[in-house]
Design a protein around this ligand. Sequence first.
Ligand SMILES: NC(=O)c1ccc[n+]([C@@H]2O[C@H](COP(=O)([O-])OP(=O)(O)OC[C@H]3O[C@@H](n4cnc5c(N)ncnc54)[C@H](O)[C@@H]3O)[C@@H](O)[C@H]2O)c1
Length: 444
Amino acid sequence: MTDKGFTVQPADGGLIVLLPGLGAVSTTFIAGIHAIRKGLAAPVGSVTQMGTIRLGKRTEGRTPLIRDFVPIVPIENLSFAGWDLFEDDAYTAAQKAGVLEPALLDQVREELEAVRPMPAVFDRDFVKKLDGSYVKSGATKMDLADQLIEDIERSREASGAARAVMIWCGSTETFLAEAPVHRDLETFEAGLRNNSPDIAPSMIYAYAALKCGVPYANGAPNLSADIPALRELASANGVPVGGKDFKTGQTLMKTILAPGLKARMLGLSGWFSTNILGNRDGEVLDDPGSFKTKEESKLSVLEYILQPDMYPELYGDLYHKVRINYYPPRRDNKEGWDNIDIFGWLGYEMQIKVDFLCRDSILAAPLVLDLALFLDLASRAGLRGIQEWLSFFFKSPMSPPGVYPEHDLFIQRKKLTNTLRYLMGEEVISHLGEYTLETRETSD
Ligand SMILES: NC(=O)c1ccc[n+]([C@@H]2O[C@H](COP(=O)([O-])OP(=O)(O)OC[C@H]3O[C@@H](n4cnc5c(N)ncnc54)[C@H](O)[C@@H]3O)[C@@H](O)[C@H]2O)c1
């Protein structure tokens, strides 16, 4: 036990990563882990694998790798299972996604072919652009949840893993506002039994995971576990949760640039973001309902970083617009343009143009890995409910009621590293240097 009272259980035994949605992100993640294990590639973009953490004072020269500092499961001990409404195994799904080149996929073919999806809990009312037949049937949504619970237990047993985590990598569901059935666990469970139309498939997966004590994170922007009923279940069962929406691509750039402009007190009058993408995710987002869910997630970012109420002269009149255009020829290789209208000293105007030729799933895959390993760590450290220190990975971070979410990538990173220091009984770092008599947490 540390002097902060934390006991982090060792990372013994394997960890199975359960993936609702075996599409571009999931298969790029699984293929990547096998490629890394075989020494074919490096885990670029993964904080758990490549990141270091400074401990103590700069003069102490202690900067271990994060994976040597905190007890996380080595990637050799990961296994995978998933669900999809298409029956393709992970190899075929990866081929169709077209993210990784065939030469690389062929070197991990056997491992990918071994990951065959389980039938999905799916409802076309929530994803209009998809239609697959490989789906579960049940008289009620509670029946479907029970089937998922069986899947979870069976997968964990078959893999021999000691523990499991679930990361939603399924399609973005249509926009859904918080409804009365989401209010508390009792009402939600009644809603599952009565087939409430306000309970989306991603909520049924989250419910099943939390019932099994399996940590859950949502890589898409739909509400999923971010409702009072499921937050209540997470706390009651002592399970960590995180979400929403992997922070990749254009929003990653936004949360890197905006804090810098604000730090220098430069003004912003407009930020126009548009992008083209041609993968299945892009096709799903071509539906106005799914797009609205994504748009809300992308728009909230600047509002929280810039704090226009506090800086009305600089950010009070910002015009922020986000467009996503489905354009099949680009497949997973998204191109995102940002036009940023800024102003400086005496109000003189300037412009910044960003043209990011990114690869969506290449940016998302390491986040799946880091979230899986950190959620498992959180679980072994006895942390429960919303894990705000994992906001670093999300576009639309979950936060407790009454607390605004933190979007600034650098504050998020500090929160993450200080949480790791705290869990391991190290002093948190304030960066006050020689002016401080004792190191303590900063208030930002
Ligand atoms: N790639 C990124 O950079 C990125 C960033 C942020 C968020 N996301 C989100 O991550 C999710 C996955 O992205 P992707 O590019 O892999 O999309 P994808 O379309 O390639 O894969 C999603 C898969 O989920 C399946 N699916 C849909 N509903 C399901 C259900 N109810 N149960 C089981 N499977 C279901 C689909 O059939 C599909 O195979 C999307 O919601 C996307 O918006 C991706």
